[in-house]
Design a binder for this molecule. Sequence first.
Ligand code: 8YV
Length: 326
Amino acid sequence: MKPKLLVVAPTTDAMTSRLGKAFEMIPLSATDGEDALLAAHGDRIVAVLTDGHLGLAPNLMAQLPNLAVIAANGVGYDAIDVGAAADQGVVVTHTPDVLNDEVANCAILLWMATARRLVPNDAYVRAGRWPIEGNTGLTDPIQNRTVGIVGYGRIGQTIARRAAAFDAEILYHARSAKDAPGEFCPDLVEMAARSDVLIVITPGGPATRHLINVDVLAALGPQGILVNIARGSVVDEAALIAALTDGTLGGAGLDVFENEPQVPAALIAMDNVVLTPHIGSATTATRAAMGALVCDNLLSYLEHGTVLTPVPEHSDLKPRPIGESV
Ligand code: 8YV
């Protein structure tokens, strides 16, 4: 009998094909409630496939006695309680590195689209206004800007390399200075005050909730642009809307929101913001690479009893061997 994999997040055909050979896949969406799931499969589930948003309910995790691995399809894992998982002997994996380039590209895209007013300019042409009303107004430059990066891990540093190609001065705010180009700024408000563009790429979760607050937005200022490619929770969205409405802040490029997939009507009504539906890593190649890494982690567990890319908090944990009863 194959060990069981509880599938919480969507999978591609390629993932299903690889995983289906080794696991009996149990889609959470196809089960008739938690009690039925636990009664039918609970003690045979050895792994869970989820993502950083759907996570795994702590209550459900606690009722899976043979659970060994939670594989998240994404680099972020803020919806998974990694402390509770470790206490239960469960190792959490994620998909670092394979998405660095495209998430960084998307951050740059949002910055540029916002600065050059790409979306309103596109709408202007489509509406037939150009021949009648003439040229549109001038926009903010891209070249020679000061770019502040909030979170200076792998993706943040990739963003910095992209921005350097546009002769940007790079500042960064992180818990500690990194051995990487750019000026470390321990004070986020001071960094925002010096930045033309503030790009947020720090992990979500309680530690960074509303890190971008009213003071940071005011410091960034009326000519400033905020780009959030991290998690909606990192930005105080109500403060952001207020700052954009009264002109305290110049513009914003947002891929993530506090209550996805709901986006506040106030943001939708603004033409100085660019809004995308959490597409940072959503290219065919990157999503294929992420899916492959999820499968590699799960299959490595079955074949070798180890995982490839545990979350940093679990780098020293080894998943429990598959239970005798499974
Ligand atoms: C995806 C992400 O939204 O990697 C992350 O943390 O937010 C994105 O890549 C998602 O995790 C894909 O399932």
